[in-house]
Design a protein around this ligand. Structure first.
Ligand code: HEM
Length: 532
């Protein structure tokens, strides 16, 4: 060994240029590390040493291992309110910081992470970093999300809900009441966004299957986007390469359907030779959207905007529906209360199905369960990161210099005592009913599930509309039990994993925590209830 080392050194000494290069590289790494640790604007903030030196990407590791929520919570429990999670990024867990980071006045720009959420048709409101460009897009596209269209949205969601329950009934009648409910709810969510964004369902629930494997494909897109997004330079190369590669066949089928629905709407308009097209739906509003110079949205812009509804509106809604079943059915007393509230409201004629969005407000305990679900299982647990602009900014009592990045994770904030009290980690719907109006307002404000400020989810009300209309019907019509996990059960995972990372045989599904906190393997035993 010694002889080998000596001879290696001897050989290297014949190449002084290489030796000098190695020494310079070593010194550069040491200098870079010392700068990051002691002189970088974030040097005073605690965090894992690898992340602070920038020699190890803590966030890429989280994206690869899909364990962001609970690992970030561990860091905050260890280091406190402000934690350095990358050489240039601090994560903050403080409700006071919401209005400072996600402010309306001189808003902070999104970080380049978001560029990776861009689809193949170009920039969308979620992926656009530049605030001015984002504001223009948001203004152009907001009529497609307006409350004026709610009558149309309700009809479309009712149609998708009818397909969903027909599918569930067929399964039960065929003796297949034990099913992966998570998968079925994802099919519903895709169908519903198809109805909303394109005026027609994709028909997954109606046919009972995801024929073209779109569900795993969409999940994979988000996972890869999140992973490469943690390395913006790699992400931009990746995007360029991806654009050159041929589309996989199932993506081709999906884009083909999107394009043909837009084309047929265009043909319909041409045939009518009128600017008023008669449809009061999202697609019409997106096709009528205008750029700041007054030009109409190009077909590519319409496709990108439709794509962002499909991408941002399906996973998130399905996640909330699964989580709500998990929390409600998982606690016998809460489940009984939810069912009783709905049964009583139906029996006394207070509500009827299909449930209107307004009538969903007549179910306060159900609504409290929904808020509690959004709190403990926010569909997006990832850090919603922003860049500090010129002049720097004071956040959570600290000064952050221009160019540094700050972020908050909905998952972490929602478990913070300052935001929700000492029992923040407990699913307790009563907290929303016991709170006085002022406390409720504060709790609502501290809920980051949809983001906050000028970049807040534009589809928030549509998402709430879907869940509020469909879930009471499912709780009323069906009895749900978790299929016990055993060596012979249909589960893929031997042990389940909760949204907080805890592994247990009793956990009915398996959660991965990345950009979204996705559940899989959610096997339930479904039967019809007596009242149906
Ligand atoms: C429970 C359901 C939903 C949740 C929890 C949710 C959550 C979020 C979050 C966290 C963001 C990003 C905020 C940020 O990065 O700061 C977002 C943005 C967005 N969401 Fe949602 N979302 C939901 C449903 C929907 C639906 C149904 C649609 C479409 C119909 C939608 C469309 C969008 C769009 C277009 C954006 C980008 C908005 C912008 O940057 O202007 N979302 N959503």
């Amino acid at each position: 060994m010694t002889a080998f080392t000596f001879s290696a050194f001897h050989e290297l000494s014949c190449y002084p240029g290489i030796v000098l290069g190695i020494i310079i590289l070593g010194l550069a790494i040491v200098a870079y590390t010392l700068y990051d640790l002691f002189f970088h604007p974030l040097s005073g903030i605690p965090g894992p040493i690898g992340a602070r030196t920038g020699l190890w990407s803590w966030k890429s590791t989280r994206a690869a291992r899909k364990d962001m929520g609970w690992k970030l919570l561990e860091l905050h429990n260890k280091y406190g309110t402000v934690v350095r999670i990358a050489r240039n990024e601090a994560s903050i867990c403080d409700p006071v910081a919401i209005n400072q980071i996600y402010r309306f006045k001189s808003p902070l720009e999104k970080t380049r992470f978001y560029e990776s959420l861009q689809g193949l048709d170009g920039p969308t409101s979620i992926s656009t970093v530049d605030n001015k460009r984002h504001a223009e897009m948001r203004r152009a596209e907001s009529p497609a999300y307006a409350t004026k269209l709610f009558a149309d949205f309700e009809e479309k969601i009712d149609a998708s809900c009818a397909d969903l329950t027909e599918h569930l009934d067929q399964c039960i009648d065929a003796g297949k009441g034990t099913m992966d409910v998570g998968h079925v709810l994802q099919m519903f969510a895709i169908d519903a966004v198809g109805e909303l964004a394109l005026g027609k369902s994709f028909g997954l629930c109606a046919t009972g299957k995801d024929t073209h494997n779109w569900l795993p494909m969409l999940a994979q897109f988000l996972e890869i986007a999140c992973l490469v997004g943690t390395q913006p330079i790699i992400a931009s190369i990746f995007r360029r390469v991806a654009q050159m590669l041929p589309e996989p066949s199932n993506v081709k089928i999906l884009t083909g359907i999107v394009n043909s629905r837009i084309d047929s709407r265009l043909k319909e308009y041409k045939a009518q030779e009128t600017t008023y097209h008669g449809h009061q739906d999202m697609l019409e509003k997106l096709m009528a959207a205008q750029n700041p110079d007054g030009s109409e949205y190009s077909l590519q812009q319409v496709r990108a905007a439709v794509g962002s509804v499909l991408g941002a509106g399906s996973d998130t809604t399905a996640i909330i529906m699964r989580a709500m079943i998990r929390f409600v059915v998982g606690d016998a007393e809460i489940y009984r209360k939810v069912q009783k509230e709905i049964d009583d409201a139906v029996n006394c004629g207070g509500i009827q199905f299909p449930l209107s969005y307004n009538d969903a407000d007549k179910l306060p305990y159900f609504q409290a369960c929904l808020k509690e679900t959004l709190r403990l299982h926010p569909p997006v647990p990832w850090t919603l990161s922003r860049s500090i602009g010129a002049g720097g900014a004071y956040i959570s009592g600290r000064f952050f210099a221009k160019g540094t990045e700050v972020s908050m994770s909905p998952f972490v904030l929602h478990r913070c005592g300052e935001a929700y009290g000492d029992d923040a980690a407990v699913f307790r719907p009563e907290r929303w009913l016991e709170a006085d109006p002022e406390q409720r307002k504060t709790m609502e404000h501290n809920n980051l599930a949809f983001g906050a400020g000028p970049r807040v989810c534009i589809g928030k009300t549509i998402g709430m509309l879907e869940v509020s209309k469909v879930m009471p019907f499912l709780f009323w019509k069906y009895e749900v039990g978790f299929t016990p996990r055993s060596a012979t059960s249909p589960h893929t995972h031997k042990v389940g994993r909760a949204v907080d990372g805890c592994a247990s045989m009793a956990e009915p599904y398996f959660v991965t925590s990345q950009w979204v906190a996705l559940q899989s393997d959610f096997w339930c035993d479904i039967s019809r209830r007596r009242v149906a």
